[in-house]
Write a protein that binds this ligand. Structure first.
Ligand code: DX5
Ligand code: ZN
Length: 216
């Protein structure tokens, strides 16, 4: 069964509560929240006060994707703002094992994201400890970018690694996901589809979420 995690990044921020309401009433499994610091990625999005506000109206778990340098500094802030899962970038952590342990100690699920140029094999030593692997199918920083096709083989290799290790990690794909790109991702072994512009640039965001959910 495929799960959908709509990204609020492409929603109208003057009507964020309504966007959360649409997700609440849809077949989405979780809500994807993108945090950017202007250093790890060339864009700045939202921070903890906004995540806390989202959490007050959210009826689904918050899947918080941190595109920030040294995210281990903010584990308690992320937890206190209501995150169910804290996802950090492999490329942003010097001591990834320490950060993943701190996320678990704080009571959250732990995810690790990989940029398009980072091989999935970099997670071989930590896959047993992860709840989610996020494969970026665009370079992080912006919504509405073009899907990078090489992602399909990365998903297959991640699926193999997880199966070999008997790890409980699920595979999430983020970037350029729509009805054209999703079927091959599901076939390759993806568990969760993040979709931003496909959902919130659609005249019917709930219909777009449900159409992705119908694929699985
Ligand atoms: C991009 C973010 C994504 C973004 C995806 O850096 O991590 O979550 O919202 O947007 P789309 O689905 O438009 O590619
Ligand atoms: Zn994201």
């Amino acid at each position: 069964m495929i799960q959908v995690s709509p990204s609020l990044l492409s929603s109208d921020f003057t009507r964020l509560g309504e966007a959360v309401g649409i997700i609440n009433r849809s077949r989405a499994s979780m809500i994807h929240v993108d945090v950017m610091d202007g250093v790890f990625v060339p864009n700045i999005s939202i921070g903890f006060p906004v995540i806390s506000s989202i959490n007050r109206v959210a009826e689904k778990p918050l899947d918080v994707h941190l595109m920030i340098t040294d995210p281990g500094r903010y584990v308690s802030e992320v937890r206190d703002s209501g995150a169910w899962l804290m996802c950090v970038h492999y490329e942003a952590c010097t001591h990834l094992h320490r950060v993943v342990s701190a996320i678990h100690d704080a009571g959250m699920k732990a995810g690790v994201a990989l940029n398009p140029a980072t091989p999935v094999e970099m997670l071989e030593e930590i896959i047993d400890d992860l709840d989610m692997v996020l494969i970026m199918s665009v370079n992080p920083g912006f919504g509405g970018q073009k899907f990078i096709p090489n992602t399909i083989s990365k998903v297959k290799r991640t699926r193999n690694m997880i199966d070999r290790h008997n790890s409980g990690a699920i595979i999430e794909i983020d970037g350029g996901v729509d009805l054209n790109t999703a079927p091959a991702l599901i076939e390759a072994g993806a568990d969760v589809l993040v979709a931003g512009s496909f959902v919130f640039k659609s005249p019917d965001p709930a219909g777009a979420i449900n159409a992705l959910a119908d694929l699985g």
